[in-house]
Write a protein that binds this ligand. Structure first.
Ligand code: GDD
Ligand code: MG
Length: 364
C-alpha cells in the first residue's frame, strides 16, 4: 500500500523552530517528528511512502533518509511552489509516482489510529474517498465533517464558524483515495483538498469513519509539548516506549546523570547529555542529546533539543529550546517561550511570557 504524506506546510505556528527546519524534521522526544508517522504507516502495511515536501525537501530528506531498515521505501516529491493539500497529489500522478488506491496523510499528526480498519471500511463501502474522523472538543480549527449513520458524508466545512458546529467529529487528516479523485484537482495551481475537493465529493462516494485511539496535530507549541508528554507517558503507541524505564524516566545509557540529580517522571534524557548533581529535571522534560544542564538548574514542562547548554541556577519552564541554545547562569526562560536554534539567553535575563527568540539571536 502507498501513502502520500503532505509535508510542505510552512509550520508558521511553530516558529522559530520551523525557521531552521521544516516541521516534519523538527525533533519530537528522540527522533525527527516524521519518523513517528512513518512507523505508524509501516505498522499498517504501507511499504511505499511519497513525501510531498515543498522547497525544503532537501532538509526533510536529510532528517529521514531514503531507507529505514525494515521500513517502507521513501521517495521525495519536490513542489516548484506550494501546491496546497491537493495539488501534490496531481503532481505525484504526473511524475508517475501514484498508485490506483493510496493513503494521503497530513504530515503533522501524531497518532495511532487504526488505518487498517480505515482501509477495510473504504473497500467495503466501495468509496471514492474515505476520511478518518476523530472527536474533538472544539472543531473550529479543523475540518468539520457531517455524516449519516452509514458513514456517507453530508457536509464538509473547513474551519467552521462556531454557529455552524453541530458535531464533534473532524477530519483527522488521513484519507484513502481512489485515483479517479484526480479528476477534481485542477492542474498547475495550489488546490485545497478541504475547500475545493471534499465539498464537491459530498454525495458522490465520500465517506467518513470515526476511529478510536490517540490523535494530535502537533502544529502549535502547546500541542507539541503535550504530544511529548503523551509519548513519554505511553498514551500513544510509539517506538520510544523501548527507551523508557519502568519508573517513567528514560535515561539513555550514554547520558551522564550525576548522583544526586533529581530526574522526575515523565522525563527523557538522551545520549551524551550531562545533568549536574544538584540539577532538577522534570516532571515533564525532554533533554536532547549532548545537552548540558548545570548545577542548581531547574527544567520542567520543557523540551530541549540537541546540544543545549543551561547554566548554573537557570530555570526553563513550559518552554521549548531549539538545538544548540545557550541559557546563561541564573536566567529564566518560562511560560511558553520558544528559543530558536543557536540563540543565546544572557546570564540573569528573564524572558517574557510567550517570548520568541530568533535563531542565532541574543536575548538580554
Ligand atoms: N506538500 C505540501 N504543499 N504540503 C502542504 C501544503 C503545500 O502547499 N500546505 C499544507 N501542507 C501540509 C502541512 O504541512 C500539513 O502537514 C498538512 O498539509 C495540513 O496543513 P495544516 O496547515 O497543518 O492544516 P490545518 O492543521 O490547519 O488543517 C488540516 O488538518 C486538520 C487536522 O489536523 C485540515 O486538513 C483540517 O481539515 C484537519 O481537520
Ligand atoms: Mg495541521
Amino acid at each position: 500500500m502507498q501513502a502520500l504524506v503532505l509535508a510542505g506546510g510552512e509550520g508558521t505556528r511553530l516558529r522559530p523552530l520551523t525557521l531552521t527546519r521544516p516541521k516534519p524534521a523538527v525533533p519530537l522526544v528522540d527522533r525527527p517528528f516524521i519518523r513517528f508517522m512513518i512507523d505508524w504507516l509501516a505498522r499498517h502495511g504501507v511499504d511505499d511512502v511519497v513525501m510531498a515536501c515543498g522547497f525544503r525537501a532537501v532538509d526533510v530528506r536529510a532528517a529521514v533518509g531514503d531507507e529505514i531498515p525494515g521500513g517502507p521505501s521513501i521517495r521525495y516529491l519536490e513542489e516548484p511552489e506550494p501546491l496546497g493539500t491537493a495539488g501534490p497529489i496531481r503532481l505525484a500522478a504526473e511524475a508517475g509516482m501514484l498508485a490506483d488506491r493510496f493513503f494521503v496523510l497530513n504530515g503533522d499528526v501524531l497518532t495511532d489510529l487504526d488505518l487498517t480498519a480505515h482501509l477495510a471500511a473504504h473497500e467495503e463501502r466501495d468509496a471514492l474517498a474515505s476520511l478518518a474522523l476523530y472527536p474533538v472538543d472544539d472543531p473550529s480549527s479543523y475540518g468539520l465533517v457531517r455524516r449519516g449513520e452509514d458513514g456517507a458524508v453530508r457536509g464538509f466545512l473547513e474551519k467552521p464558524d462556531p454557529a455552524d458546529i453541530d458535531t464533534d467529529e473532524v477530519n483527522a487528516g488521513a484519507y484513502v483515495l481512489e485515483r479517479s479523485v484526480l479528476d477534481l484537482i485542477p492542474a498547475g495551481r495550489a488546490v485545497s483538498i478541504e475547500r475545493e475537493v471534499f465539498p464537491r465529493l459530498v454525495g458522490q462516494g465520500l465517506y467518513g469513519l470515526r476511529l478510536e485511539g490517540y490523535w494530535m496535530d502537533i502544529g502549535t507549541p502547546e500541542r507539541y509539548l503535550q504530544a511529548s508528554w503523551d509519548i513519554l507517558e505511553g498514551r500513544v503507541e510509539t517506538a520510544v516506549a523501548a527507551r523508557m524505564g519502568a519508573d517513567g524516566t528514560g535515561i539513555d545509557e550514554l547520558a551522564e546523570v550525576e548522583a544526586g540529580a533529581m530526574v522526575s517522571a515523565p522525563a527523557f534524557v538522551d545520549e551524551g547529555a550531562q545533568i549536574a548533581a544538584t540539577a532538577t529535571v522534570g516532571p515533564r522534560a525532554v533533554i536532547g542529546a549532548d545537552c548540558e544542564v548545570g548545577e542548581g538548574a531547574v527544567i520542567s514542562e520543557s523540551a530541549l533539543l540537541a546540544g543545549c547548554i543551561v547554566g548554573e541556577g537557570a530555570t526553563v519552564e513550559g518552554s521549548i529550546l531549539a538545538a544548540g541554545v545557550e541559557v546563561g547562569a541564573g536566567a529564566a526562560v518560562t511560560a511558553g517561550a520558544i528559543v530558536g536554534e543557536g540563540a543565546r539567553v544572557e546570564a540573569g535575563a528573564e524572558l517574557d511570557a510567550d517570548a520568541r527568540v530568533e535563531p542565532g539571536g541574543i536575548a538580554a
